[in-house]
Design a protein around this ligand. Structure first.
Ligand code: MF3
Ligand code: CO
Length: 250
């Protein structure tokens, strides 16, 4: 069932989303060569707690930390650890924050120092693919319209679309209906209505689209070791279009 949020719920979702945006803005200056992903996670976790909010991922199905931090060939759900970021890496920080029972969710991929042209291409067109999907959000359009817009754009730029993971509805729970895939057919799937809130999150690869799950049961990596990027916004369906609840503040 796809829930329609009330005005009161939308106001709380805006606050949760804004905290997610503020956390991304807060952490950005720390995302540099020499810091470990565990140190980044600790800073994010402290930031969330300081704002009387909840790091929703921590403890979710046994996930250990506040953030998912995925480096280079890691697509999603990388567990923060003692890896030290170095020049040329790309790193995705993905976070879900709960505020008064409502969730916000956003991910961004960042470059460490100078990255090669392949990674530049990957980051530029994965971010743009997210907005290609977001642009399709308006009442009457369908989930397949978002999915196919992302797929077409990604494939036109020679990027692989990961099939095993997708976006989702969000509200009191971090994962609600509907599923929001990054590939599909226009004019299919659930129809969007004002008050629905969804997370759109293309996960694209520079090489082949196939992925593997590591032994830690969380980290998803590309099979061919090619780099992957991930950009995600929480998006409200409004009367005549959309509102991004996790705006970029940097
Ligand atoms: N942003 C991720 C998602 O959309 C958060 C899930 S990570 C988990 O699925 F560790 F909490 F599962
Ligand atoms: Co998400």
């Amino acid at each position: 069932m796809i829930s329609i949020k009330s005005e009161r719920e939308i106001e709380l979702m805006r606050k949760a989303g804004l905290l997610v945006s503020e956390m991304h803005k807060f952490i950005k200056p720390y995302i540099k060569a020499g810091i470990t992903t565990k140190e980044l996670d600790k800073l994010c976790d402290d930031f969330i707690l300081k704002h009387n909010a909840v790091p929703t991922c921590k403890g979710y199905e046994g996930y250990p930390t506040a953030t998912c931090i995925s480096v280079n060939e890691q697509v999603v759900h990388g567990i923060p650890n003692n890896y030290t970021l170095k020049n040329g890496d790309i790193v995705t920080i993905d976070v879900v924050i709960g505020y008064k029972g409502y969730q916000g969710d956003a991910a961004w991929t960042y470059a460490i120092g100078n990255i090669d042209d392949d990674k530049k291409h990957l980051l530029e067109y994965t971010e743009k693919a997210l907005y290609e999907g977001v642009r399709m959000v308006k009442p009457g359009n369908r989930i397949g319209d978002i999915a196919s817009a992302i797929q077409k754009y990604a494939e036109a730029h020679n990027l692989g679309v990961v099939r095993e993971l997708c976006g989702h509805g969000i509200g009191r729970e971090m994962h609600e209906d509907p599923e929001v895939p990054n590939f599909g057919i226009p004019n299919t799937g659930p129809r969007l209505k004002p008050g629905m809130i969804i997370c759109i999150e293309p996960m694209l690869t520079f090489g082949k689209r196939d992925v593997l799950l590591l032994d830690d049961d969380w980290t998803v990596v590309t099979q061919d070791n090619s780099p992957a990027a991930h950009y995600e916004h929480t998006v409200l369906v409004t009367q005549d279009g959309y509102e991004i609840l996790t705006p970029r503040l940097d």
